[in-house]
Ligand binder design. Structure first.
Ligand code: GDP
Length: 421
């Protein structure tokens, strides 16, 4: 297996965790390349059902090394708790390593995230309030603290006190309680004491893997529509889910990545605010949400639901050049006689299949084709050729409109409910 990046091609929650868990059975190294604990990857396998927020979804293969990459922002206490949860459920985390250059997500980031959302009022972004945006903002503003800095306790305490001088001014100005430097530093150092020997220079691990042709998986978080540069700004995440960033976030030369799997749901979902052209309302949305259990893995928030949007997935394809698509949750569309399928947007009297920037997208309305449904349960099918003809036609239309071949089709949440071509 070459170096493979697994990338969300919609708004996030496409099922990347399941695809990573599946491909990780044959991987030597699995690296999460961006994001923090603001979204969860759901994995269903022989160990049970897991919602992973920080740990790579390859953790269930005891022979694979898993790395939290440099491109991540990491809340050490949350990571410690996630590791304890995994160990408590019989999953070894002995092979888990954390990049010493990744940035710490500190308690003030969480406080500032919530403050920011509150102060934006009606224009809130719908963040999960975990502090990921402010942690990346500090990284870019050169106020971030990298993980290796916890090794120097007095230097770390001084950094915390220094950062809190300005952060507390903001917090108190908006009526929030100031944070105590000693308490904050104690909390992070306590977690660091548990995780300390896992915090390493991950570059030699990655370099060795590439040099020995090891099988490497790069796992992204969220999806192209939430990409900081190419998504629906400002309703985006604060990092880049696109495959181009996998190279940076994992510390792997760009030309080593030869396979890019774009994960798409057979319909669309979104958590948080921002334009979502194919969004459904009322009963139609409720019915699919309930059937497909579309509730956020981190917050439990009901996800917004819409029909498949080929403009959005094609936008992701243009930016990632997927070598293949993994289509998930096809099994959830089994009760429709006809399925609307968005191939273009109507915008100011014109049809377009290019993705307009956010404020124009707000005005765009979806142009639908109506594809035939299959009106049957396909959850037990284990070969693509056995799928009913209308389901195969639906997949073919995805290939044609997005412009990439389909390699995998999900018909259930379990690892083995994936049809390979
Ligand atoms: P991720 O963040 O991209 O990993 O996506 P999430 O884990 O947030 O959401 C995907 C949800 O869909 C999870 O609950 C998965 O267990 C589930 N899932 C993934 N693939 C399939 C599939 O093919 N069929 C069904 N029914 N569920 C799936």
């Amino acid at each position: 297996m070459p170096v493979t990046a697994i990338v969300g091609a919609q708004w996030g929650d496409e099922g990347k965790g399941k695809i990573t868990d599946l491909l990780a059975q044959e991987a030597d190294l699995v690296i999460r390349y961006q994001g923090g604990n603001n979204a969860g990857h759901t994995v269903v396998n022989e160990f049970g059902t897991f919602k992973l927020h920080l740990v790579p979804s390859g953790i269930f293969n005891p022979n694979a090394t898993c790395v939290l990459g440099t491109g991540m922002v990491i809340d050490l206490a949350t990571l410690r708790d996630e590791i304890r949860m995994l160990e408590g459920r019989g999953v070894s985390t002995a092979n888990l390593r954390i990049s010493e250059r990744a940035h710490l997500l500190m308690p003030w980031h969480t406080a500032l995230d919530r403050l920011d959302e509150r102060e934006r009022g009606r224009r809130k972004l719908g963040t999960t309030g975990q502090g990921v945006g402010p942690a990346y903002a500090d990284k870019v503003a050169r106020h971030g603290i990298q993980l290796y800095e916890v090794r120097d306790e007095s230097g770390f305490r001084a950094r915390v006190a220094h950062e809190l001088e300005t952060k507390n001014v903001i917090l108190t100005k908006f009526g929030d309680a100031p944070l105590d430097a000693r308490t904050v530093a104690d909390g992070v150092l306590e977690a660091a004491a548990v995780l300390g020997d896992r915090i390493v220079d991950t570059l030699p691990i990655v370099e060795h893997a590439v040099a020995t042709d090891a099988r490497v998986l790069l796992e992204g978080q969220l999806g192209a529509m939430r990409d900081l540069d190419w998504g629906i700004y400002p309703y985006v995440t604060s990092s880049n889910p696109l495959a181009g960033f996998a190279s940076i976030g994992a510390g792997i030369p760009a030309r080593s990545i030869t396979r890019v799997v774009g994960v798409v749901k057979a319909y669309s979902t979104a958590v948080g605010e921002g334009p979502f052209p194919t969004e459904l309302a009322g009963e139609e949305a409720n019915a699919l949400r309930e059937r497909a259990e579309e509730y956020g893995a981190t917050t439990g928030r009901p996800r917004r639901i819409g029909w498949f949007d080929a403009v959005a997935a094609r936008h992701a394809q243009r930016l990632n050049a997927f070598t293949e698509l993994a289509v998930t949750k096809l099994d959830m569309l089994g009760s429709y006689e006809e399925i609307p399928f968005c191939t273009a947007y109507s915008l100011d009297g014109r049809l377009t299949s290019d993705m307009p920037p956010t404020k124009l997208l707000d005005r765009a309305t979806p142009h639908y084709e109506r594809l035939r449904g299959w009106c049957q349960d396909i959850g037990a099918i284990r070969e693509q050729a056995q799928l009913p003809a209308p389901a195969r036609a639906y997949l073919k239309r995805i290939e044609e409109t997005v412009g990439a071949p389909i390699g995998m089709v999900g018909v259930g949440p379990e690892r083995n409910a994936t049809l390979l071509s």
